[in-house]
Design a protein around this ligand. Sequence first.
Ligand SMILES: [Zn+2]
Ligand SMILES: [Zn+2]
Length: 653
Amino acid sequence: MFIDVRLLHYKERSFTYLVPDTLQSQIKPGILVKVPLQSRIVPAIVHSVTYNKKYNFEIKPIVAIYAFPDDKKYDGFIAKISQYYQVDSINFIKRIQKFLEEKEKPVKTVQLVAENAYNKIVLTDQQQQVYTAIKQSVDLQQHQTHILHGVTGSGKTEVYKKLIEDVLKKQKSIILMLPEVTLAVQFEQLLKNYFSHIPVIGFHSATLVTVKRSLWQLLLDKKTCIIIGVHLPILLPISNLGLIIVDEEHDAGYQEKKHPKIHSRDMAILKASMYQVPIVLGSATPSIQSLWNVTKRNWQLLQLKERFAGSFPKIEIVSLKQKEKRACFWITKQLHMEIQNRLERKEQTIIFLNRRGYSFFVQCLCSYVFTCKQCSVSLTLHADQLLVCHYCNYNQTLPTCCPECHLSQKDFLKKGVGTQQIVSMLQKLFPQAVIARADADTTSKKRSWQQTVQDMLEGDIDILVGTQSIAKGYHFPKVTLVGVLWADLNLHFPMYNAAETTLQQLIQVSGRAGRQSQESKIVVQTFDDHPVYRFIDETKYIQFYQQEVERRTEVGYPPYKHIAEIEIRHKEQIVAETEADIVVERMQSYIEHKKLQVEIFGPVSAVVYKVKGVYAQKIILKSFVRSNMIELFADIKLKQFKSGMFFVIDPVG
Ligand SMILES: [Zn+2]
Ligand SMILES: [Zn+2]
């Protein structure tokens, strides 16, 4: 047996080695081996396996194989994902073992205080009912998909803990998925305190290499453990898997931002079905897709309709168009007054602004707009007069005069609104308040975000201003006011699920208020009224689902029909455009020939058609049958193109 390998540290070059008979049974593409190279022994990844090939020179044998946990169902599962996303399986197997050869980067993590530590779980009647229903499939170790629709603050975590306890008693392991690393870290701490006798281990980008190694050893030894993460745990070989929990299952954070755009919730569902184990999808705002499957695929819907403590906040919709005089356009009188009250009562406020897709840009009176040289987007103005590209991180200081007409900086128009600007406005309005910010700029620095979460929990922050990251499942007991600065900002975003994601965010961020207090409030500022605001009252969420499904069925969007996206990328615009046309032609004839049921839309330039100097064209596919779209793209992959071809099935935005 011969293998072609790529060296882990010099990826471009490929080498061939011989595998001694004794090691052959353990070899598969994607695993790590040690190979001799000149006078050294270096790590490499197996790319392909060949038999009976004749070489007219000597092939050296590999030295060792890194042990890979034994899991009978693993190869089948990875093959399925690889087929579904049309990506080589090596990509997946490689990702979960890279750490074996990584050096520890020194990182300081913040110890988060976990509430509910050590307390014995006492379930409410509703929690008990939900728990009993799921426990049946846990006890029988039977595959079933349960949707746990629990209103914000209903104590889904308590139900999870009870279920985890039951699974541990069966000597089985658990995967718990969260849509964001900081949330994963918070849960790790919480469960570590509670399950002190069982290893609770994170497996995500913030996990230390030594911790990953200890998890790997547990998997090799088939020991019981609780594994927490965002994407990676799904890709691990776990022979004694007993339960998967996906919390905040509606969250777009489960779809990877880079290609291949794996949706980890969907892969968790696939894994649960292939491993024949139960799966729980928890959310206060279940995705339309998941609720649809209750009727279409017999998933079980369980509901927690009451809050564990506190009560639902009052909702007030306020128009930004009202003409009253105010110190700052973005803080209406109503919101101003409510914040003032909170400061007096020493309660906390969250201010939410989601800027996705629109930014705070600078324009000269001559109409010149500062744009990125490499991307087709305007630059965003940050503090310290810094212009930043949100797509490639290019930055420059705001010039003192316009490069076109040489008008001075003081005549520039600054359009839109950003979190940094809101923080400084609030600081002027409320000089005595402690104000913190949480958005992509701060949350990507994981440590500082963990610190902010901690300060918030300890009551050291009066007002937290943030983008979508603050809407994700955090439990801040002292928050009694949430101000949504610009609710219709993304409602008109050109994506079929804009109303769904907007409503989910509004409910989620509103759910941060009134966790412990009986009196809390949401102020929703908007330019125009919109029918979705009726459903911010989360007890009406299922009504929203029914209405939304009707609308999507009419226009043929998911969940009624499935969609997929093909992205064609090239440095030269003309190449991307020409090849996109060729792709469409080839697909059309393939569809006719094979009698597939797929509709093709496009090609069109992507909304952001140029990123880092690379042009992108998009083609959208729609079909009742996912496998038809996959087959179609598989055929495209057979042809040689100059452009990069990327396939995204079930894109969520
Ligand atoms: Zn750029
Ligand atoms: Zn100008």
